[in-house]
Write a protein that binds this ligand. Structure first.
Ligand code: ADP
Length: 535
């Protein structure tokens, strides 16, 4: 029972004052003559039985586990038992004799008074109802109240007898269930993809969401008289049956299937499904995501990738064949122009000597170009399998190949311990040779200082080749990796412009990245990564 501030006064329950206005009837209070008269009438036994029964019910009322109170026809609390005092945290003495409406919040008082009168007069059925109370210690209790009328001998209602059931937990659980149901319903209805709940045996639609109605073109009621077979061609039957067998409570991908709309057109859907409880049966839930455009894009992408791979292979083959086959005639041109220079140098006029000189230089440059182009095309066509390779050994080999350049430039090449990596060791040598070779080539006046190191990153080794050379302007840091792109004239620094493009191709073949950072005039650092793979 709630007071007007919705709190009940608390205190230790005391059953001594539970029923002060109705003292128990005892047979001791009867006088001897009355007793003898009753005995003569043969009523003494009956009286004793009535007394015994009354005593039993009184004990049940007072000490039973169910909370009870009794109200008179004005709504005054006449009796309250110990269970109710315990439930509401009150003392019987503090509520007996007070109007039950005092314990109800102000806003509800007149309504409750009206309802009470209607119940007494039989105008309102005695259906159970919920009421919330706040105990003095601030805790909430929700009770379900079951009323019964108390009648006098003539059958007139003279009060109400109420039993209170504590439903606090139950009511919260029900609310949580309702909330969760509402959430799932909102999710089901709000999902942009069609969702179907089907009978697992017959595959009849039990529930469909709004997106299904919109995408398939059937009204919700139409769906209820249909099965999955009405939208799913039978050719999918074996796959469907196989999948249905393994449908569990976790979402599982069924794969991409063709579905039919009401207008007869087909579209591709990616089906996910799981088993869900539906009433007292287990049903299957299908989520159908329209992937028609995705699949078309995928097919287009695959076609383009295939086309790209084909044209790439063709180009590589062309570069290889061209550079390979050009070598022979070029060797002829080169050796004969050199022969001309040797045999007729100084015998013709000065112009002729100069022209022959240009021809010899041109042939030599073309030989270098073709040599490098061949090396470039061989990265993929002639690459070897990636195996555990010692980066330190690869660097040593590269330095051996660069021995003359190192000595001529008085370069100092140092390195930290380098790891073993999964690589084509020949290409690893090529990589170091190009990067260290460039570091020597693009030097300043002072002797080159070059340092090679490697650090372990996340899932990869990051190698670096640092120099103290001329450096690179920031705007050129990307284009130096493009084939034939050079920042300097041949006379200044000789080269073909293939070296870094070759390095990039090697690194990418190993699954890594290559980039540079630089401070013009102070030096550059070239970085490359090699993924760490299990040997
Ligand atoms: P090449 O060395 O034949 O010119 P690369 O592809 O190796 O061709 O290099 C492309 C350009 O990048 C070079 O012409 C040069 O301008 C620049 N470059 C490469 N390495 C360095 C370096 N260590 N320091 C400064 N510039 C560099």
């Amino acid at each position: 029972m709630a007071s007007s501030d919705n709190k009940v006064s608390g205190g230790a329950p005391s059953h001594a004052s539970i029923t002060p206005d109705t003292p128990a009837v005892t047979l001791d209070c009867l006088s001897d003559s009355t007793w003898l008269q009753l005995k003569a009438l043969g009523l003494d036994q009956t009286l004793q039985q009535i007394h015994e029964s009354e005593r039993r019910f009184r004990r049940l009322f007072e000490f039973g586990p169910v909370a009870f109170h009794e109200l008179d026809q004005e709504g005054i609390v006449r009796r309250v038992n110990e269970a109710e005092c315990r439930l509401l945290g009150v003392e019987a003495g503090s509520i007996i004799g007070r109007s039950v409406f005092e314990f109800i919040s102000l806003g509800e008082q007149s309504q409750s008074r009206e309802a009470f009168k209607r119940k007494l007069s039989g105008q309102q059925p005695l259906t159970p109802f919920l009421r919330e109370y706040v105990r003095r210690d601030g805790t909430r209790v929700v009770v379900e109240i079951h009323d019964a009328l108390i009648r006098d001998q003539s059958g007139a209602a003279i009060g109400i007898y109420s039993a209170l059931l504590d439903v606090t937990g139950k009511e919260e659980a029900q609310r949580a269930l309702k909330d969760s149901e509402n959430r799932y319903r909102a999710l089901f209805e709000g999902l942009p993809s069609p969702v179907f709940v089907c009978d697992s045996e017959s595959l009849r639609f039990l529930a469909v969401n709004e997106a299904a109605v919109l995408q398939y073109g059937y009204a919700s009621e139409e769906f209820h008289s249909m099965t999955l077979w009405d939208i799913q061609p039978r050719e999918n039957l074996p796959a469907l049956l196989q999948n249905l067998g393994r449908t569990g409570s976790a979402l599982d991908r069924f794969g991409v299937w063709k579905h039919r709309k009401k207008d007869g057109t087909f579209f591709q859907v990616d089906i996910t499904s799981c088993a869900v409880p539906y009433g007292d049966q287990t049903a299957t839930l299908f989520v159908a995501s329209d992937v028609t455009e995705l699949k078309q894009a995928e097919a287009e992408l695959a076609r383009k990738a295939k086309e790209l791979a084909r044209s790439n292979a063709e180009l590589e083959q062309f570069a290889y064949v061209a550079s390979h086959d050009l070598q022979e005639p070029l060797r002829m041109v080169s050796s004969y122009t050199q022969l001309l220079a040797r045999r007729y140098g100084g015998q013709l006029d000065a112009d002729a000597d100069e022209f022959i000189g240009f021809a010899v230089d041109g042939a030599a440059r073309m030989q270098n170009l073709i040599h490098d182009l061949l090396a470039f095309s061989r990265v993929t066509t002639k690459g070897h399998e990636l195996k555990p390779a010692d980066a330190e050994a690869a660097l040593s080999q590269a330095l051996l190949n660069l021995k003359a350049a190192v000595e001529d430039s008085d370069a100092a090449v140092t390195s930290d311990p380098l790891p073993r990596v999964m690589a084509d060791s020949g290409q690893l040598v090529q990589l170091f040779q190009n990067l260290v070779g460039n570091a020597i080539k693009f030097r300043r006046e002072e002797p080159p200082r070059i340092h090679v190191s490697a650090e372990q990153g996340t899932g990869e080794f990051v190698f670096s080749v640092r120099d103290n050379g001329i450096g690179i302007q920031p705007q050129h840091l990307e284009r130096i990796f493009v084939i034939f792109q050079r920042l300097h004239a041949g006379a200044e620094f000789p080269g073909t412009g293939i070296g870094l493009a070759l390095c990039k191709k090697i690194v990418e073949r190993h699954g890594g990245r290559l980039w540079a950072s630089s401070e013009p005039g102070a030096g550059s650092v070239f970085y490359f990564t090699i993924p760490i793979k299990d040997h």
